[in-house]
Structures are given as C-alpha cells and as structure tokens.
Design a protein around this ligand. Structure first.
Ligand code: GLN
Length: 309
C-alpha cells in the first residue's frame, strides 16, 4: 500500500467534514440562476489514491456542475488533440484578476491562460471536431474517460449559461477580432457552456483529480486517459492559475495544483499520491469554495501533501 493510501486509510474524513461543516461565510453564486438554487449547507469531501481506493464524507454524492473546474481537463484534451499549437494559442501566465476579466496579452492578443474564461473558451474551440457538436462529443468522451464514468450535462445549467453568456460572448468577439478565435462565437459559447455544465459529484471530481495525480491513468479503470506530458503541462498551469486571484495564497497555504468552480467544486492534486475533491457552494471573494479551501488546507497539512515542503 502506498504512503498516501496508508495515511488516508487511517484519516478520518468524517471528522474533518463534521469539524468544518458549520463554517460560516461566503455566498452561493447567483451569476447563473440554476447555481443560485444550491443549498449553502452542502459540504462533501472525497479522496482517491493510486490503488483506486475512494474515500468520502458528507454530501459526497450530491451532483453539481463542474463550472470552471472543467477548464484544466478541457485544456488537457486540447493539448492531447493539438499539442504545441495550444501552447502557442493560449498563454500560461496568471492574471491576478477575476476569472471573467477582459484581459489579453498586449503583444499577441492571446488569452493569458486556459484557467480564465477567455482561455477556456479558446481551448474548448480547439479540441478535435469539425463542428460544435463534434467538439462537444470529443469533450464529453474525454471527460468520461478521465472520470472513469459516462458523464452527462445538466441541461438547465447549460441553458442558463448560454442565455447569460453576454460577457463570454464579448470575450469571444474580442478574440475573433484579434484573430485568435477561429470558430463562430455562438458555437464557441455553446461548447464552453456545455463543458461547464457537466455534472459530477465530489467522488467523481476526486477521481478526475486522481487521474491527473497518477500521470493521466485512471486508478480504477486503468485507462490511460491523458499522456504524462499533457498532465505535466496541465498541473503546471493549475498550480499558477487555478485559484484565480487567490492562486498565490493557495500555493503558499496548500501547495497543490488545483482548480475551483463557481458551483462550489474544487479539485486538488497531490502528484503521485492522491486526488482530492471538495464541494460546498458558498464562495469567498475570489470565487473559491470557503469550506473547500479550508478542507484542502487541512488535508495538505495533516497528510503532508504540500509539493514545496
Ligand atoms: N460558467 C462560468 C462562466 O463562464 C464559470 C465560472 C467559474 O466557475 N469561475 O463564467
């Protein structure tokens, strides 16, 4: 049994969940009507180790949409399909600004990184597929391989994403005018909105994190969903940009590549040791789950996961 599996097999996730579940603070996201309906009390934690052992506590089977937690996985699929062309199309630098900031590299017009909306819109348009539908299918099959389970889209969330996507459309038109986005803006929004609306639960999110933790191989199905090189590129950008304008504090306090989403999901990766999924809707001012950040800090401290320690 690996060290992480050994540590984790004795770690009391229920106790951690009970200790943190009454933590107050944060707001449920209301930028998308469907997300505003989430119960602020929900709080799930899950971990998956190399031997495929799935451990969880609290509301770990309650479904939620991935939202921006999908972005590293879409980036990985685009890298699998188009290789270095993706590294040319999107930057890899943190912005220190919000996920939907209207920010592009001054000299190239490129989105600064694939973890912000502009970058994710572009990477979602660059996966293999001659049409929006084919690109959606490519993303759904790729995400399902990473998760080890057939995933579906929350149609209500996808609809409200699409209707409310004015800011994302503005980003799309700016990229079209800069010559960086080469597909129709509405198609780009459609693909991106459906990717953000993919339904998981905390255990599945931890499983997706575990596939990244173990070099692209899903620890339960054994399927090599991503190449090791693509996983390295993906984890690198998660480490510097995954938690938006809280990424610096996160790397100092938790020390793990991670990605948050406005539904309250948060995936963290301890390379070679464990994939972590946390879900709790109330968000802090940077758009990261309040309880998710606290739980990740505790797991990192208690299990000595910090990659720079
Ligand atoms: N779908 C949301 C958007 O496009 C995702 C934002 C997030 O999770 N940070 O704004």
């Amino acid at each position: 049994m690996t060290r992480a599996a050994e540590d984790l097999s004795r770690y009391d996730l229920d106790a951690l969940n009970n200790e943190l579940r009454d933590t107050e603070g944060g707001e449920v996201d209301d930028s998308i009507p469907e997300l505003a309906k989430a119960d602020p009390a929900l709080f799930g934690i899950a971990t998956v180790t190399r031997d495929g052992d799935i451990r969880s506590a609290g509301d770990s089977r309650i479904p939620f949409s991935l939202q921006s937690a999908v972005k590293p996985f879409v980036y990985a699929l685009a890298l699998m399909d188009k290789g270095d062309d993706i590294l040319d199309a999107v930057g890899t630098e943190p912005t220190g600004q919000a996920f939907d900031a209207i920010v592009f590299e001054s000299e190239t017009g490129r989105p600064p990184n694939p973890m912000v909306n502009a970058g994710a819109l572009l990477t979602a348009s660059l996966v293999d597929g001659r049409s929006a539908e084919e690109r959606i299918e490519r993303i759904m099959s790729g995400l399902s391989k990473i998760a080890g389970r057939d995933l579906v889209v929350d149609e209500n969330v996808a609809k409200s994403e699409h209707l409310l996507g004015d800011r994302n459309r503005a980003l799309g038109y700016l990229m079209r005018s800069a010559g960086t986005l080469h597909v129709d803006v509405d198609d780009a929004i459609h693909v991106y909105a459906r990717a953000c609306s993919v339904l998981v639960d905390t255990e599945l999110l931890a499983m997706m994190g575990a596939t990244l933790a173990f070099g692209g191989r899903n620890p339960v199905t054994g399927v090599q969903a991503l190449s090791h090189e693509v996983v390295t590129e993906t984890l690198s950008v998660m480490a510097t940009c995954g938690m938006y304008d809280g990424s610096g504090r996160w790397l100092r306090r938790v020390g793990l590549p991670a990605k948050s989403g406005v539904s309250g999901g948060l995936v963290a990766v301890a390379p070679g040791r464990v994939g972590i999924g946390v879900y709790s809707p109330p968000l802090d001012e940077e758009g990261n789950s309040v309880r998710g950040v606290l739980a990740s800090e505790r797991l990192s401290d208690d299990l000595e996961l910090h990659v720079l320690r």
